[in-house]
Design a protein around this ligand. Sequence first.
Ligand SMILES: [Zn+2]
Length: 401
Amino acid sequence: MNYDLAEHRHRFAVWAAARAAQRGFTTVGNLRQALESTDIRAFLATPQSFHVSAAEFDTVHRGWCSSIVSSLSHHQIANVSFGRAAKLVAVYLKATVIMGEGWNSSLGHNLHPPIDRILLQGLASSKRITSPHKVAWPSINWTQLNESAYFDLIVQLRRYSRKHAVLTGAQSADAMLYDPMPGGSGLLEQLCARFADIAAAAKQVLEGCPSICERSCVDCLQTFRNGFYHRYLDRHTGAARLAEWGDAIVSEHPIPARYPSVEPSREEMPVNRAEALFRHLLTRAGMPEPEWHKQIDLGRPLNTTAPDCFWPVDEEPGLCLYMDGLSGHIHGKPATRERDRAIRETLRSMQYEVVEISATQLHDREAMVRHFSRIARILIGKDRAKGLRDDESWYQVPQST
Ligand SMILES: [Zn+2]
């Protein structure tokens, strides 16, 4: 087993969480098992998870707590409640996210606090809080909260903490709309001007799914573009938020337009031509033959990736090479770029070496010498890497390309 910092942190967080949720309830072992029955670890191992919104977080949180409740009930443990499951999750995330690198992420800002009598009494007695709900807080027993009572409380606490964040000058926004087209397509202005129509259409999509699905499906919210977020989409949460927010929109902070700093300098190259040229350079440089388009399993939600080239590396998972800017690929769209970035970050976190080459660099001697020297250092050693730098005669682009 890989006993690294993440494993230490996980074990400590499980222990702390189990102790906090315990209180005459059940053993640390049972609580650990219940927590590990969820996909919370896999979720935290995915970089994209740190960008979740409050609504997205609530959806995954609901799923975790439900599986904790059913895991504990399955073992016939008495007094199982959503409130106890939520406490377990809250302390676990406090120890992993808030006390880790993710404290200032969107996830860090959207976590639920560990709820107990001391917190609720403290908030209720604070003069700065004017919530009409606060009189009820001291008498809430967190160990007996059911799912809906728990989320009612979270909504009340969030409303307070949002105002608080504004008072302290924190940077946060409820929503951001942006137009990916350089110069703007003009759609944003229309969208804001006709927001009531947009909200009505959205309501119809959310409430009128022809498949009457439980959360989301291809007939309502799921499209190719949002494939990366399918597991977070919940049309009922969406409908509830829409009802809560109403159909008016107010623009508060216009963000000035930004243009790409680098223009694409060359037309995109067909895949087979780029691959042929790259293969030719690999042979001339004396590199080992790679595996082309090998499938690598990344687990959920990214599933698999197939780098253009893959080489096994001693004592390590291997070296993945991606060639970007090929016309046969669909790089360049924001959603695809974001997914590519997440895949490569995940590979690096799994100890793969990742090299990214843009197709236009195939014609750039300096860039290719740099890339090949790095690949050679990983695959065939420092000396051969130096050889490729000292004698660049291997770099030769045939006239036909
Ligand atoms: Zn549906």
